[in-house]
Write a protein that binds this ligand. Structure first.
Ligand code: ADP
Ligand code: MG
Length: 449
């Protein structure tokens, strides 16, 4: 097939997809070659590539076949030297926060997660007030502060905000913020490296300890034991502890009773699911942040209200949707209208009432990598099975609210540390291996679609 033939075939596609779709999605495709039945097209951005492959790949394939080309598959690759790769809906890399030298943190704090950027409404009023109170420092009035609520409701944001505020007020304070998984990971590492003394010292010498997503401290008795002792040591010294979880302490599974009762001993506040007003408020505040970044892309009346109505699952999804709209608006150089919104967010809008299951993820991933579902779940350790398995574990962690032990159970009864290791591995790989990053993004879209 030559460029010219593609030019002709392309024309026939215009009739099928209409003028707009043609200009946006088909015209930018550049025929790059045909070998072994695979037709490759260059696309200017990842976004266009993903979109075309989701929405138009079959149609293009059919058109090629009807034109007599021997093609069995079409692929879209970002052309080398493309001006910019846009990956909407992928959270930006957190800005590396600059902290005072002796301000110890276990994990990077996101510079955007401050009290200033936190929108307060009825559903999170109490949690916000309590967080503010703790961030002011001073005598410890409730210990621990336990924040809980569903995914994407602002727990992590509030914890980061507290850490930032404490750092601002008291640069000398030693604050450790980390997820329960990181706590477990460090604990296991300390055990392995025979560095328990250092571990204990580090955690018992802090002024403020924040543990995010405590529901993941399940299983492993020794980790819970250590957590319990750290906890008690700090409370005895009147040091502030702040903990988040996905549900009330009493309802947590796999956590020892004495820890549960410890978690309940301070102030327990929950973040309620968002309401319409809060969602609209959040959207408005994000639009202000985004507009400056995206050359003043306009947004038509009614669009934010529409989003606030339709996307009620969680704030992260809402934010991702808005981000994608802006990236898209910039790409096509147009105002973000209602029509464009419905087009661009069709998948999100469809998915917004739907829950993704671990089983669905396993099915999708095994299909994608052409392995049997039984091999994905079974004991085989070869990389052809292990890697997809880790991808599926990672996606399950990201897209469902299942805990690590629950995920482990669904992968043939594996231990939660195995799941944690898998998730970590993929987290690393997706930074260095663009194929993995792309596969993840495609799988995620297809699961959410
Ligand atoms: P959680 O830890 O509860 O799962 P996060 O704190 O990670 O949720 O919040 C998910 C995303 O939504 C973050 O980007 C956060 O900044 C944003 N977000 C959540 N609640 C608010 C809010 N009230 N105001 C502004 N942004 C919010
Ligand atoms: Mg969180």
């Amino acid at each position: 097939m030559t460029e010219d033939t593609w030019g002709q075939i392309r024309q026939t596609l215009q009739k099928t997809v209409g003028k707009n779709n043609y200009t946006n999605w088909i015209e930018p495709l550049e025929f790059a070659g045909l070998a072994d039945g695979v037709a490759t097209f260059h696309v200017p951005t990842q976004f266009i590539g993903d979109w075309v492959s989701r929405n138009f790949a079959d149609m293009i394939l059919q058109a090629l076949v009807s034109a007599g080309e021997s093609v069995s598959r079409v692929v879209f690759e970002v052309a080398a030297g493309a001006a910019r790769v846009i990956r909407p809906n992928v959270a930006e890399k957190p800005a590396v926060a600059k902290l005072p030298e002796d301000f110890v943190t276990g994990a990077t704090l996101d510079a955007r997660h401050t009290f200033d950027s936190f929108v307060v409404g009825k559903p999170n009023e109490l949690a916000h007030a309590a967080a503010r109170r703790v961030a002011e420092g001073g005598p410890v009035s409730f210990n621990p502060l336990f924040l809980y609520g569903g995914v994407g409701l602002g727990k992590t944001h509030l914890m980061h905000a507290i850490a930032w505020e404490l750092a601002r007020r008291n640069p000398e304070a030693r604050v450790v913020y980390l997820s329960a998984e990181q706590f477990m990971y460090r604990f296991v590492q300390a055990l392995r490296e025979r560095a328990m003394m250092e571990f204990k010292q580090l955690f018992r010498s802090v002024d403020i300890l924040m543990i995010d997503d405590v529901q993941f401290i399940t299983g492993k008795d020794s980790t819970q034991e250590e957590f319990f002792h750290t906890f008690n040591a700090l409370v005895d010294q009147n040091k502030q502890i702040i903990i988040s979880g996905d549900r009330a302490p009493g309802e947590m599974e796999g956590i020892e009773d004495r820890i549960k009762s410890r978690l309940q001993s301070g102030l327990v506040v929950d973040l309620h699911p968002t309401n319409y007003e809060l969602r609209l408020g959040i959207l408005q505040s994000k639009v202000e942040q985004f507009s400056s970044k995206f050359n003043n892309i306009g947004i038509a009346d009614g669009v934010l209200e529409f989003l606030a109505h339709r996307i009620s699952t969680n704030v992260r999804v809402l934010e991702g949707a808005l981000m994608r709209l802006f990236a898209f608006g910039e790409l096509v150089g147009r105002e973000i209208t209602m029509e464009l919104t419905q087009d661009c967010l069709a998948d999100v809008l469809r998915a917004s009432d739907r829950k993704i299951t671990v089983e669905e993820i396993q099915r999708k991933v095994s299909d994608h990598y052409n392995i049997r579902l039984s091999d994905m779940i079974g004991p085989k350790r070869m990389r052809v099975y292990a890697r997809p398995r880790q991808m599926a574990m990672y996606l399950a962690k990201q897209l469902t609210s299942r805990s690590l032990p629950e995920i482990g159970r669904r992968f043939g009864g594996r231990d939660h540390t195995t799941v944690m290791h898998g998730v970590k591995r993929i987290e690393q790989l997706k930074e260095t291996d663009s194929q993995i990053a792309d596969d993840l993004e495609l799988l995620r879209r297809s699961l959410e679609g």
